[in-house]
Design a protein around this ligand. Structure first.
Ligand code: GDP
Length: 513
């Protein structure tokens, strides 16, 4: 038991380090299961900076409608698994390279632009499909103007097609249907159209008002027509934005990049540290702009487009990777330009303090319990390992036979690593729903970043397979994993990774059931 008295008041300046220290202390008391009382806001006694000043961020009002400028549409691709979302994104990305005067390889920053004509472009969101869309909407962020619904003509309407339609309808976002795989012998466009009509989507071809384009993502058929249809639907929507106000936007993805060892000439190798892809929704983003996103602050150091090339400014509907963040913002966070770094830091600190205070009140008990459970699990596992080790040695000496651990067969332990928060959230949300009691899935740990030695140790301890999604496995880690016999599986497509996990679970279910 201890009593820590954190003296408030004039000790608190706008120095965010002090606020961080405060948060750390509170967190420690909290994790130790200590009793605590947080007495008002850390700023309550600070006369120089009244709470009202820092707690509220006042958004600059929008100018009248006639002052707003037309802007390019922002599109999300949705549809059933294996119907061709990834292939379509690839086809669109390639059309980007062909028509781009700069060339360069499109990198994954969470969104990219496709030029359609001299004056028009379309922005495609490229984070894990409808999962990202749902996550962002759940956080109240709306970035999508149009949904392109991919339906494979050889398969027709499937459960996730229906789900995608519901998502788009709920968000009141118009749908453009891409009937894919028309190159296949068993493609049945008519049947697909009928199935879509049953879901309330009457395509123009059968007298309705929903635009549908038969395409082949694989064979690059009608991709240009699809782009034109998207522009036509966008024109009807009259999408407009304020191009001259203070910057506003949404975080599409964020990641920490240790070093970038690019090989092509366009990669300037300057990217380091915290990066966040922002979709610009107001104003013009430039170097030096002060941004606030959730609890994170940036003085924009550099802007990169999807080809990794530094650009001077990003305008409405442009996705741009921004460096200069002190901490990583999360996908879905709203972004605002703030007049000074000092003010931005104070708002961020206030938000952090509020969150900590709230968290403490709401789930102090839960956190302590979780910690305790975790420790117990570790201890029990260690004990079991030791006991098993003894058994192993005994038997090995006698017969030299390989012994299988039956218990282990009935559960599948995994450790997840991903490149960005967006995919981590999406993956863990889904994986946590796998609760087949015949073979439980045990997620030992899940975090953002490259696979490291700690992960190997944890995986070894829990006999877990490491799943690396879009993230690095350095040669030294791979070698060490080989030595320690820790399996690492890498994936770039979310569905492939989920299928692999499902496959492993199925394998482990006893065949008698
Ligand atoms: P996703 O799960 O929706 O992202 O689907 P993918 O893009 O991964 O595609 C699933 C499979 O369908 C892959 O094997 C693709 O090569 C294939 N595919 C995608 N588009 C087409 C197409 O237009 N024609 C044909 N024949 N195959 C396609």
């Amino acid at each position: 038991d201890c009593l820590i008295h954190i003296k408030n008041g004039d000790q608190y300046s706008s120095d965010s380090q002090e606020i961080d220290d405060f948060n750390v202390i509170v967190e420690v008391i909290h994790l130790c299961g200590g009793k605590h009382r947080l007495i008002p806001s850390p700023f309550a006694n600070d006369k120089k900076k009244p709470v009202a000043n820092i707690a509220k961020f006042v958004r600059t009002p929008m100018p009248p409608k006639e002052k707003l400028k037309l802007r390019p549409p922002v599109v999300t691709i949705m549809g059933h698994v294996d119907h061709g979302k990834t292939s379509l994104l690839d086809a669109l990305r390639n059309s980007n390279i062909v028509s781009s005067e700069f060339g360069g390889i499109t990198q994954h920053i969470g969104a990219f632009i496709v030029p359609v004509s001299k004056s028009s472009t379309v922005t495609f969101i490229d984070t894990p499909g409808h999962l990202a869309f749902a996550e962002m909407r759940a956080r109240g962020a709306q970035v999508t103007d149009i949904v392109v619904l991919v339906v494979a003509a050889d398969d027709g309407v499937m459960p996730q097609t229906v789900e995608s339609i519901a998502h788009a309808n709920r968000a009141k976002v118009p749908i453009v249907v891409a009937i894919n795989k028309i190159d296949k012998a068993d493609a049945n466009v008519k049947h697909t159209e009928t199935m879509l009509a049953e879901q309330g989507l009457q395509l123009e071809s059968i007298g309705g008002d929903v635009v549908g384009v038969p395409i082949s993502a694989l064979k690059n058929i009608n991709i240009d027509k699809l782009l034109e249809s998207i522009l036509a639907v966008a024109e009807l929507q009259q999408l407009r934005g304020d191009s001259s106000g203070p910057v506003e936007g949404t975080v599409i993805e964020s990641k920490h990049e240790e070093t970038v060892s690019g090989t092509d000439e366009f990669d300037t190798n300057q990217k380091k540290g915290n990066l966040a892809t922002i979709l610009v929704q107001r104003g013009e983003l430039k170097k030096g702009t002060i941004l606030l996103a959730g609890q994170s602050v940036a003085r924009v150091r550099a802007l990169y487009n999807e080809r990794g090339i530094q650009i001077e400014r990003a305008t409405l509907s442009m996705p741009v990777q921004v460096s200069g963040w002190k901490t990583l913002p999360a996908a879905g966070d709203e972004v605002f330009e703030v007049e000074s770094e000092n003010l931005a830091n104070r708002i961020a600190a206030q938000r952090r303090a509020e969150e900590v205070a709230q968290k403490m009140e709401v789930d102090a008990v839960a956190v302590t319990q979780k910690h305790e459970d975790h420790l117990q699990k570790y201890r029990a596992e260690l004990k079991r390992r030791r006991e098993l080790g003894i058994v192993f040695r005994k038997r090995d000496k006698g017969s030299g036979q390989h012994i299988e651990d039956k218990e282990e067969k009935l559960k599948y332990s995994i450790l997840i690593k991903t490149d960005v928060f967006g995919s981590l959230e999406a993956l863990t949300n889904i994986v946590n729903m796998y609760n087949d009691t015949r073979c439980p899935l045990d997620v030992v740990d899940a975090s953002v970043g490259a696979v490291n030695d700690d992960d190997l140790e944890a995986a070894k301890l829990f006999n877990a397979t490491i799943y690396a999604f879009n993230t690095n496995v350095s040669q030294s880690v791979a070698l060490e994993a080989g030595r320690q016999q820790v399996p690492i599986r890498t994936f770039n497509v979310i569905y492939h990774m989920l299928n692999d996990i499902k496959g492993e679970l199925t394998k482990r279910i006893p065949s008698t059931e």
